[in-house]
Design a protein around this ligand. Structure first.
Ligand SMILES: Cc1cc2nc3c(=O)[nH]c(=O)nc-3n(C[C@H](O)[C@H](O)[C@H](O)COP(=O)(O)OP(=O)(O)OC[C@H]3O[C@@H](n4cnc5c(N)ncnc54)[C@H](O)[C@@H]3O)c2cc1C
Length: 384
């Protein structure tokens, strides 16, 4: 590409990936999506198939059984899945970007060879344990402890709001290894769900993403091999924040996928619903709403793709935060507007927009609230 020019086209491989994932989502995920939402049913079989397609270890190098793809390809796939089922998309994105990604980035060779192949093939799902009942946005105040005992680490404490808890086989967990070192006293580990002393709480009753699983996880003298440390002792926050700086791309892409569907549904309904003798699409108030949803979608997608394409630059964390902030807020507005266009029917469970309206809400909250994104962006621009 000549200097100064901008190329926004996707590669042939990326186009192919989009059409394959779109077809899979329509054929395998769409049927039953409302039922799984209604019954809070985890799509285990669908995820197994997604693993076989390489969708759960997309950025894992091929040497460890992954697809070895870039962040933009990953975002394109998440968008296609989220357009059909945001709950399946979050299960996918957690395995890819907050479990596999930090293991690739910060794990030892031995650890990568041990845990990445099952994760990348879908034989095992992944999870991420940072949040605690008393430590959300202020992750540095977390209280779960890990102490060294011979060739093991022994963890005690609890983590809240853990996606894939009860289904994931490996969790990336941040715990306090030095009580006197403040934010530098944290370390990150890979905790297998079958480790002695590990347990999972009751599923949370959530307002949306009902086909995804969220629960607390507990460590009671939970012993894991010393070799399961990520990076070095004391670098837990660096691992956590480095991971989130990258993983927010996945949430931005999830929001773009939901937004896209909200637009499709608004257009279809507006053309079909007749009031005052004409389809409501002919009323300018409706047209303006749809024009705004579409314009916001174009901006959100562009920010997300631009941030993904710059994943290896020094601006990557700020750009991903900008993409996540904008895309999640825009998708929330889009779902609210699309629902309004659906009138009373939008409030009925039989209409897809009502599920999307519930599902989209959390995108401005998890992997850092919009307020935290603004802090990350400001720090990226001005330092602390
Ligand atoms: C469905 C779901 C799935 C999740 N999955 C995971 C997971 O897999 N792993 C995991 O570790 N966590 C997970 N989380 C947790 C999620 O990341 C946290 O909920 C999020 O980081 C916010 O933390 P909190 O809920 O404790 O809110 P709080 O930190 O208590 O924030 C409450 C409000 O105060 C605001 N606030 C806080 N501090 C400031 C400040 N300094 N300036 C301005 N405003 C501020 C926040 O923006 C927010 O609006 C999940 C959450 C949900 C809902």
């Amino acid at each position: 590409m000549a200097s100064g020019s901008v190329d926004f086209s996707l590669t042939e491989d990326q186009e192919l990936l989009c059409s394959e994932v779109r077809r899979f989502a329509e054929e395998r995920i769409r049927p039953g999506v409302a039922e799984r939402d209604r019954h809070h049913e985890f799509p285990a079989e669908i995820l197994r198939e997604m693993g076989e397609m390489g969708l759960l270890g997309m950025m894992v190098p091929e040497a460890y059984g992954g697809a070895g793809l870039d962040a933009l390809s990953y975002c394109l796939a998440v968008e296609e899945i989220a357009r059909v089922c945001p709950a399946t998309a979050v299960t996918m994105s957690v395995t890819n970007s907050v479990c596999c990604w930090p293991i690739v980035r910060y794990g030892s060779e031995e650890l990568k060879n041990r845990v990445l192949p099952p994760l990348a093939s879908g034989a095992a799902l992944g999870g991420f344990g940072l949040t605690e009942p008393g430590a959300g946005s202020d992750a540095g105040s977390l209280r779960t402890t890990a102490r060294r005992d011979g060739d093991a680490w022994v963890l005690n404490g609890e983590k809240a709001w853990i996606t894939n808890a009860g289904f994931a086989k490996y969790f990336v967990v941040v715990a306090r290894t030095n009580p006197d070192a403040g934010k530098r006293g944290l370390s990150a580990f890979v905790v297998p769900a079958d480790a002695p002393g590990f347990s999972v709480g009751q599923p949370e009753e959530k307002m949306g993403l009902k086909a995804s699983r969220t629960a607390q996880i507990y460590f009671s003298d939970c012993r894991i091999p010393a070799a399961n440390l990520l990076a070095e002792e004391g670098q837990g926050l660096k691992v956590a924040f480095g991971t989130l700086d990258h993983s927010r791309l996945g949430i931005a892409a999830q929001a773009v996928g939901i937004h896209r569907r909200a637009l499709e549904l608004a257009v279809a309904y507006a053309k079909e619903r007749v009031q005052f003798g004409v389809p409501i699409a002919q009323h300018q108030a409706i047209q303006f709403r749809i024009a705004q949803i579409a314009t916001d979608l174009a901006a959100a997608r562009l920010l997300t793709h631009t941030a993904a394409a710059q994943e290896h630059t020094s601006q990557a964390g700020r750009l991903a935060a900008q993409a996540k902030l904008y895309a999640s807020e825009a998708a929330n507005r889009a779902c609210a507007e699309s629902l309004q266009i659906h009138g009373g029917n939008g409030f009925h469970d039989d209409y897809e927009i009502s599920r999307l309206y519930r599902d989209v809400r959390v995108t401005t909250i998890y992997e850092g609230t919009s307020e935290m994104q603004r802090m990350v962006i400001a720090r990226g621009l001005m330092g602390r």
